[in-house]
Ligand binder design. Sequence first.
Ligand code: COA
Length: 328
Amino acid sequence: MGNLHAGILGTGHAYPAGILTNAELEKTVETSDEWITTRTGIKQRRKAAPGEYTSMFAVRAARQAIERAKLDPLEIDLLLCATVTPDQILPSTGCIIQAELGANKAAAMDIVAACSGFLYGLTLADSMIRTGQSRYVLVIGAEILTQYVDYTDRGTCILFGDGAGAAVLGPVEADKGILAARIRSDGRYLEQLFSPGGGTRRPASAATLAAGDHYFKMRGNELFKVAVRSMSEISNEVLEEAGQKAEDISLFIPHQANQRITDAVASKLKVEEARVYSNIAMHGNTSSASIPIALDECVEAGRVKEGDLVLMASFGGGVTWGGVLVRW
Ligand code: COA
């Protein structure tokens, strides 16, 4: 493995044009803009229109990332699409994206790790590049969550939005790129966020549809605590592994789930607001797409410069969590 590192060579993001505001939700479910804003920080989220599907946005984000990495799609040798809302059961959304991009020399597959999917992808890409198994890896996080949201359940329908983000990774000089990456899960907490219907355990039927078994079910309160604990712990672990301190972080990009979760994690890590990125007000929670969308927004806004230390941390259904530390 030597000192070879995997660096982020290009990023991109895309989302549907449709916007669902708190004011619109007020009309359909018993909630208020004031409640949503103070409890979550969310003001609006993107919502796909009928006929729009996950890979559409994934392909747009991926094309941008490949272009900015100055690569040809044929140079990508591994394509990882993190999603819990695939286009269809078979084939993988990764293979669908591969065909659209013309990335015909890649091995393509999906990663199912909910909101941690993108960091799972970065971690796998890092290993594959450092071992020489792959040279250029495309990691995508893409979701149309609004199709799995029960718009009569005010506990979940206010949170989720749609979109996609992507990053191309490749070998870089040894003092740059991913310095430490860790992923974890604990399936004992699977009922904190899950969708029970539509698989082999409860195959889709008129009865499962009527019962709303295909919708996301969530224990928000419990998940909140797990989120704060797991993201803080794994952030400290990757910092320690790389021999870095929280005060060295230029930018902290947490999974965008709830502004109060972000604030609690940042406060535990002692990273003040100016070094924390938040776009929750505009996008809500886009699961695996949240970190790559945020990362690309930071790149576009010039908030990440060469030499910067960028920390990313996530948690999600499974439960899963992860932390990745990058020297830009
Ligand atoms: N509008 C108005 N009231 C609402 C509401 C809404 N949209 N959703 C819930 N409430 C009510 C509840 O019914 C409850 O009423 P009660 O006290 O009469 O029983 C009250 O508000 C408090 O509910 P609670 O669930 O304790 O609120 P909370 O402060 O924990 O906020 C979440 C709820 C979902 C916003 C919060 O728990 C959260 O963000 N959890 C993490 C979820 C998450 O990130 N999931 C994705 C994982 S990647």
